[in-house]
Design a protein around this ligand. Structure first.
Ligand SMILES: C[S@@+](CC[C@H](N)C(=O)[O-])C[C@H]1O[C@@H](n2cnc3c(N)ncnc32)[C@H](O)[C@@H]1O
Length: 344
């Protein structure tokens, strides 16, 4: 078919089609006699893919990459695009909220520039937190060996002592009905999220590591995986019934843990539940006592492991949850492993 017909069929313009040709995304044959472009059915399918991906905001380079290099599937590209859009959306929301607050602070007689500047700084910090988290542990490299790693014993300091019990306990306390939606943040290879599959719960696993998500998918195809981050969850507001997370939150610095709770609160439905099993101390006093005890036993491995990550202060998380209308229960598995169960 010629360009006009292709354009009508795809609800676009000949100009747009020529643009994609100029950018090297499509290569219609040209009629030698009159130089008209001729589009085969395959060209039309390729064009419809380009148009669909452009419509959801994918850049030309990305699309070219996808069409030329089949290592990543369309699904994976779309997944990445969704995460990127959620990040942009959250940034816009933060900006709008700040503007509302700035307007509020100018409603008195005189403009309060000091307040405006303070709000702008708060916004800057928030943007930096959402964007600047780095995976210094390189979880992509762990994905294949993760199961062996957690089953190993013989460490001087075994962070996975009580791992199985903790995951069981989370699964036991979460009241989730058939067809409800449960989000597992930092799902890794799916060890916790998979415990809900048999109950007919729809599990969505979010992780910042592409490789972890691939391994999770391989083990549990029933789990829907989404690339994303504690501080920019790729989910709409009030869209999940329950949130679980195990051994993941301690990769966030303390200042960001409360922001992570805010994000959970944003995506959780009314009456929803959150359950976090993670490496944390009851409070700062408990942290000092435990670290001092390891030091006096000469267990330097323990002290260094704790310092390499961000073991939380449980009391701060509980305080935030209670202040935000959650009923909270806690459970202590051992000196470094705790669980928080919170119902809204
Ligand atoms: C130690 S593994 C735990 C995996 C699984 N939850 C479990 O209990 O076996 C930590 C996981 O959290 C993910 N993770 C760490 N920080 C994260 C963040 N800020 N946002 C999303 N995922 C994160 C890592 O990629 C990794 O898959």
């Amino acid at each position: 078919m010629y360009i006009k017909e292709a354009a009508v069929r795809l609800n676009t313009t000949p100009r747009a089609i020529r643009f994609y040709e100029e950018k090297g995304l499509i290569f219609p044959k040209k009629d030698k006699e009159n130089d008209y472009r001729y589009f085969t059915e395959n060209d039309v399918v390729r064009l419809s893919t380009i148009l669909a991906l452009r419509e959801v905001g994918l850049g030309l380079e990305r699309i070219k990459d996808l069409l030329e290099n089949s290592e990543m599937s369309i699904n994976e590209y779309l997944n990445l695009q969704r995460s990127a859009l959620f990040e942009q959306w959250l940034e816009l929301k933060d900006m709008i909220t700040t503007i509302d607050q700035m307007i509020g602070s100018t409603e008195d007689e005189k403009d309060d520039m000091e307040a405006i500047f303070k709000l702008a700084n708060q916004l800057k910090k928030l943007k930096d937190s959402r964007k600047n988290w780095e995976d210094k542990w390189e979880f992509d490299d762990w994905a294949d060996e993760y199961e062996n790693y957690i089953k190993k014993d013989g460490y001087v300091f075994n962070v996975h002592q009580d791992y199985d019990d903790a995951l069981e306990k989370v699964a036991e306390v979460m009241e989730l009905k058939h067809k409800s939606v449960c989000l597992d943040i930092g799902i890794g290879t799916g060890n916790l999220g998979s415990k809900f599959i048999a109950r007919g719960v729809h599990v969505i696993g979010v992780d910042q590591s592409e490789k972890m998500l691939q391994t999770c998918n391989g083990k549990y195809p029933e789990i829907e995986t989404r690339k994303g981050h504690f501080l920019a969850l790729p989910l709409l507001d009030h869209s999940v019934d329950g949130i679980v997370s195990s051994y993941a939150l301690h990769h966030l610095p303390d200042k960001d843990k409360l922001l992570a709770l805010e994000e959970m609160n944003r995506v959780l439905k009314e009456n929803g539940q959150i359950c976090i099993a993670d490496l944390m101390f009851q409070n700062e006093d408990h942290r000092s006592r435990v670290i001092d005890a390891f030091r006096s036993q000469g267990n330097i491995e323990a002290v260094q492991s704790i310092e390499d990550e961000f073991y939380g202060d449980r009391s701060l998380l509980v305080k935030w949850l209670e202040a935000n209308s959650y009923q909270v229960e806690t459970h202590q598995f051992n000196d470094i492993l705790s669980m928080i169960y919170a119902k809204k």
